[in-house]
Design a protein around this ligand. Structure first.
Ligand SMILES: NC(=O)c1ccc[n+]([C@@H]2O[C@H](COP(=O)([O-])OP(=O)(O)OC[C@H]3O[C@@H](n4cnc5c(N)ncnc54)[C@H](OP(=O)(O)O)[C@@H]3O)[C@@H](O)[C@H]2O)c1
Length: 323
C-alpha cells in the first residue's frame, strides 16, 4: 500500500511517501481502507518529538475515516464494510491514518452514520473528543453559558457545535478577526467577539448577563484575566492547550472568591471510561445531525509534508488528506 512514513523525529521533511506492506489486523483489531486522513497540531508535534525505534517506520496522523475491510480474531465479522471514524490511530501504534490502510484496535474505529461524509468523520477524533471532554468534565453544559476561546479552531468549532447540541443556553466564542468570526457564527455561536477588543468582557456580558459557567480554553495563560471578568460563580475553566514552556500567572484569591474550578486535560491521558463517554456523546451528536464538516483544505497523500506545514502555520479550517 501507499503510505506516508517517517523513520526518525523531525519536521515535515522527515516524511516520505512509499510503498509498504499492507498491514493485517491482529486479535481485537480492524483494518480500515482510509478515505480521508485528518491532520491536527498533535501530528506534527508527535513527529517532531518522537521517532519510531531504529530501523522501523511509523505512519503519522491520529484522525481519519474510511471503511473496515478486514477484522482480526475476536472482532465480529459484521463490522466488515462498516463506515467508521478513527481516533488516536497513531497513539502507541505504528499505523496512523496517512496511508491507504491502517490497523487499529477495534474500539478506535467508531461507526460513522451514512449521512456523515468522510471529511466530517476525519475531522472528529482529536478535536471533537477534546471539545467534548472540556465541555463535560463534571457535567455537561445544559442550560449554561459557555465561552469557547478560539472558536474558529478545530477544537473550538467542535466545542461550539457540541455545546449547542447539549443545550447550552448561550454559546459565545472569542476570535481574532472577521474571517474567524464567520466560522464561529456558522458553527452556531450566539456571538463572536474579538478577544483583543478593550471592551471584550463587556461584550461577553452583554450576551451572558449572569456570567459564563463553562470555558473551553485554548490559551489560559493569555485569557485568564478576561475569563475572570466574565465568570459566573462556580464556573469551570477547562484548558486544553499549551506549549511545554508555557507558564500561567493565576490570581489565586479571585479564583477562590468566585469558587472557580480550573481543569486541564490531555486526550492521551484521559481515563478510558471518560473517553468512552466522549465517543458515545459524539456519536449521539452525529446521529442528531448536530456536527458539520468544517471548511476544508484538501491535500493529496504526496503532499503530506505540505499538509503538516499548513497545520503548523495555523491554517484556518480543517486540513485533510484524500487517500
Ligand atoms: N489537550 C489536548 O488533548 C489537545 C487536543 C487537541 C488540541 N490540543 C492543542 O490545542 C491547540 C489548538 O488545537 P486546534 O487543532 O484547535 O488548533 P487550530 O485549529 O489552529 O485552532 C487554534 C485556534 O486558537 C485561536 N487562538 C490562539 N490564541 C488565542 C487566544 N489567546 N485567545 C483566543 N483564541 C486564540 C487561534 O486563532 P487566533 O490565533 O487567530 O486567535 C485558532 O483559531 C493546539 O496547541 C493543539 O496542540 C490539545
Amino acid at each position: 500500500m501507499l503510505a506516508a512514513v517517517y523513520r526518525s523525529a523531525g519536521d515535515s521533511s522527515a516524511l516520505r511517501v512509499e510503498q509498504v506492506e499492507t498491514p493485517r489486523p491482529g486479535p481485537g483489531e480492524v483494518r480500515v481502507r482510509v478515505a480521508v486522513s485528518g491532520v491536527n497540531p498533535t501530528d506534527w508535534k508527535v513527529l517532531e518529538r518522537s521517532g519510531p525505534q531504529r530501523g522501523e517506520f511509523a505512519v503519522p496522523n491520529q484522525d481519519g475515516a474510511g471503511v473496515i475491510d478486514a477484522v482480526g480474531p475476536g472482532v465480529a465479522r459484521e463490522r466488515l464494510g462498516e463506515r467508521v471514524w478513527l481516533l488516536m490511530a497513531a497513539h502507541n501504534n505504528r499505523w496512523g491514518t496517512a496511508a491507504e490502510y491502517c490497523v487499529v484496535p477495534s474500539e478506535r474505529a467508531v461507526t460513522l452514520p451514512d449521512r456523515a461524509p468522510f471529511e466530517l468523520g476525519a475531522s472528529l477524533g482529536v478535536p471533537a473528543l477534546t471539545a467534548w471532554h472540556c465541555l463535560c468534565i463534571g457535567g455537561c453544559p445544559s442550560g449554561d453559558a459557555v465561552l469557547v476561546s478560539g472558536g474558529a479552531g478545530a477544537v473550538g468549532r467542535a466545542a461550539i457545535e457540541l455545546a449547542r447540541h447539549m443545550g447550552a443556553e448561550r454559546v459565545i466564542s472569542t476570535v481574532s478577526g472577521p474571517e474567524k468570526a464567520r466560522i464561529a457564527l456558522a458553527a452556531g455561536a450566539d456571538a463572536a467577539i474579538n478577544y483583543r477588543d478593550a471592551d471584550a468582557a463587556a461584550q461577553i456580558l452583554d450576551v451572558a448577563p449572569t456570567g459564563v459557567n463553562r470555558f473551553v480554553e485554548v490559551a489560559l495563560h493569555q485569557n485568564i484575566a478576561l475569563n475572570l471578568q466574565v465568570a459566573a460563580p462556580h464556573a469551570v475553566i477547562a484548558a486544553y492547550a499549551a506549549d511545554p514552556q508555557t507558564l500561567a500567572t493565576l490570581p489565586v484569591r479571585d479564583l477562590m472568591v468566585a469558587n472557580i474550578s480550573l481543569r486541564f486535560m490531555l486526550l492521551y491521558t484521559v481515563k478510558p471510561r471518560h473517553l468512552q463517554e466522549a465517543i458515545e456523546g459524539i456519536s449521539a451528536a452525529l446521529r442528531a445531525g448536530a456536527l458539520s464538516t468544517p471548511p476544508l483544505h484538501r491535500f493529496a497523500l504526496a503532499q503530506v509534508a505540505q499538509a503538516h506545514d499548513a497545520v503548523r502555520n495555523g491554517a484556518v479550517g480543517k486540513v485533510i488528506i484524500d487517500l
